[in-house]
Design a protein around this ligand. Structure first.
Ligand code: NAP
Length: 244
């Protein structure tokens, strides 16, 4: 059986991706930063009910050593790592003049360095297998910028460069690397926005609605599937027509 690891997958888009890849038949390695994220949450049971194996790994993906240890543990448990989804991400928004150095560095560490950490260690396993799929979560903020998100848009733009670099470095080993760039998706991350901001965003979306987590998970499932075997280094925007 093939195995997939999804970072930041206790809730939100990551949990939806984990559930979808389980439906596709993958054994699932869940990850989140704290055990508390899995409390009051049935994600592990929901995945196991689909007849695949599922374990959770508590690790901070901005920490190089914790990523190394987690990848080693997942490889030992499942025997292979066939799909890596770099999903964990945070926001610490604020206009540039008021953004603290601490909040800039934290967002870069969690959103961007984590992709370096996980791709390095899981990519090494995939290189030995001579196969693998890596799917990164970028954002429309990385493609177009967004006022109040200097830190977040920097991290998500960096992921685009990292995706293309990974595709070029690992392609000859049968590994693909692509990114999805979601627009505004209903999750705890976007629930925090004020009604005023939410309404102004809706006016810019051709489809006049927010996206659902399953609409991200479906594209990730495609990128992990045999149908996407010759797709690499691509950034797929999933935004309901935000940018036209
Ligand atoms: P979410 O609901 O906040 O889920 C992200 C998960 O990652 C949380 O459980 C979070 O835990 C966890 N996490 C945070 N820091 C971590 C760390 N250092 N190590 C391991 N796990 C960590 O976010 P989401 O909306 O599902 O977003 C998922 C991804 O999609 C992110 O990369 C985000 O940037 C991207 N995205 C989202 C949207 C959107 O509209 N929602 C749009 C574009 C892109 P804590 O809650 O404890 O921090």
């Amino acid at each position: 059986m093939a195995a997939a690891i999804i970072t930041g997958s206790a809730r939100g888009i990551g949990a939806a991706i984990a559930l979808r890849l389980a439906k596709d038949g993958y054994d699932i390695a869940l990850n989140d930063i704290s055990e508390a994220m899995f409390e009051n949450n049935s994600i592990m049971e929901d995945i196991r009910a689909l007849g695949v194996q599922c374990e959770k790994y508590i690790a901070d993906v901005s920490d190089h050593q914790q990523c190394s240890d987690m990848v080693k543990a997942v490889k030992e448990r499942f025997g292979s790592i066939d799909v890596l989804v770099n999903n964990a991400g945070i926001t610490r928004d604020g206009l540039l003049a008021r953004m603290s150095e601490e909040n800039f560095d934290l967002v870069i560490a969690v959103n961007q360095k984590s992709v370096f950490n996980m791709t390095k260690f899981a990519g090494s396993v995939m290189m030995k297998q001579r196969s693998g799929r890596i799917i990164n979560l970028s954002s429309v903020a990385g493609l177009y910028g967004n006022a109040g998100q200097m830190n977040y848009s920097a991290s998500k733009a960096a992921i685009i460069g990292m995706t293309k670099t990974t595709a070029k470095e690992l392609g000859s080993r049968g590994i693909t690397c692509n990114a999805v760039a979601p627009g505004f998706i209903s999750t705890p991350m976007t629930d925090k926005l004020s009604d005023e901001v939410k309404n102004s965003i809706l006016s810019m979306i051709a489809m006049k609605r927010y996206g659902e987590v399953n609409e991200i998970a479906g594209v990730v499932s495609f990128l992990a599937s045999p149908d996407a075997s010759y797709v690499t280094g691509q950034i797929i925007e999933i935004s309901g027509g935000l940018s036209m």
